[in-house]
Design a protein. Structure first.
Length: 317
């Protein structure tokens, strides 16, 4: 006897009722036939799943494992049936996205406008999250999609690179390229090694960007002198714009202040400083049609932003 969906449903019915006779009534099947199904299931798997007692049945350790896995399998099967039936229908429902502030500033408006035009029955919800909080929020079901700067090494999280973005050097207004002149090819350039010993406004503590900069300075045998360390992007931008020290952030982080003339930026070379932005979701949760539609829309928007240099990137255009 091959293991099939019907056998799993019968087994879960017995496990829930803790009695073959009660399960047979609930499942509308003859008790002897259900008993035979359970014995054949144990023979197929080569282990005892149920302990028969005068008061009913109790799951063995193997039975508890099968119960847990069978529930997962049947939930996916039921979800698959629903998705296939609705595949031709218009995506609808809420999709919650967790993302860092810098990325939110760059893509939120674009994504909302596109979703309103192309996915009118989908409701988007955005949650500001640091990179480190995205995986757990995905696993808890608090968000459907997450954008991070670090690909999770957890098997339960599925990540794919969305963009490989350039980081830029930030200084006071007028020092480097202004908003109208800035693009990744024509921007002013500063060599990374020329920052050796210069006063810097750096992110505080164990932030992923600080870890990246420390790795790069060791590799280049230079010292980024931390004149000030702060915890927020807004403070990094304000202090560097006031001339307290140079700072390094993504173009996405500083785009608004650059447009307002509060800072200027230069492209960093030798080496260029880049980081990846990953689109992540739970590997165990089955995405809804609405979530899949938002993923497609987000990828299309980012590809266009890369192509027209609204999201400067080192990856091929």
């Amino acid at each position: 006897m091959a293991l099939d969906i019907r056998n799993l449903r019968y087994f879960l019915g017995v496990a829930a009722a803790q009695s073959i006779s009660r399960a047979a009534e609930n499942l509308h099947i003859a008790q002897p036939a259900l008993s035979v199904q359970m014995r054949q299931l144990e023979e197929e798997l080569g282990t005892q799943l149920l302990e028969r007692t005068p008061k009913g049945v109790v799951l063995t350790a193997a039975g508890r494992l099968l119960q847990e896995r069978a529930q997962e399998i049947l939930a996916r099967v039921d979800s698959l049936y629903g998705d296939i039936r609705s595949a031709g229908a218009e995506p609808q429902g809420q999709v919650t996205i967790g993302l860092p502030l810098s990325v939110a500033q760059l893509i939120t408006l674009e994504l909302v406008r596109a979703a309103m035009a192309q996915l009118p029955k989908v409701r988007l919800q955005f949650v500001e999250l640091s990179t480190g909080h995205v995986p757990q929020s995905l696993l808890k079901g608090e968000i459907d999609l997450g954008l991070t700067f670090i690909a999770s090494d957890m098997h339960s999280i599925r990540c794919e690179e969305l963009v490989h973005e350039d980081l830029v050097l930030i200084g006071p207004p007028g020092r480097f390229s202004d908003y109208a002149q800035f693009n990744s090819k024509k921007a002013c350039k500063v060599r990374f090694r020329d920052l050796d010993g210069q006063p810097m406004v750096l992110p505080q503590g164990a932030q992923s960007l600080r870890a990246l900069l420390e790795q790069l300075q060791r590799k280049a045998s230079i010292t980024l002198h931390a004149a000030v360390e702060v915890s927020s992007i807004a403070q990094l931008i304000e202090l560097s714009g006031a001339g307290i020290g140079w700072s390094i952030l993504s173009y996405a982080s500083v785009r608004t202040q650059l447009r307002a003339g509060q800072v200027s930026v230069a492209r960093i070379t030798h080496p260029a400083i880049t980081r990846s932005v990953y689109l992540c979701r739970s590997a165990g949760a089955q995405p809804t049609m609405a979530t899949l539609a938002v993923i497609d829309l987000l990828q299309t928007i980012v590809a266009q932003m890369k192509a027209d240099d609204r999201w400067p990137t080192s990856s091929p255009r």
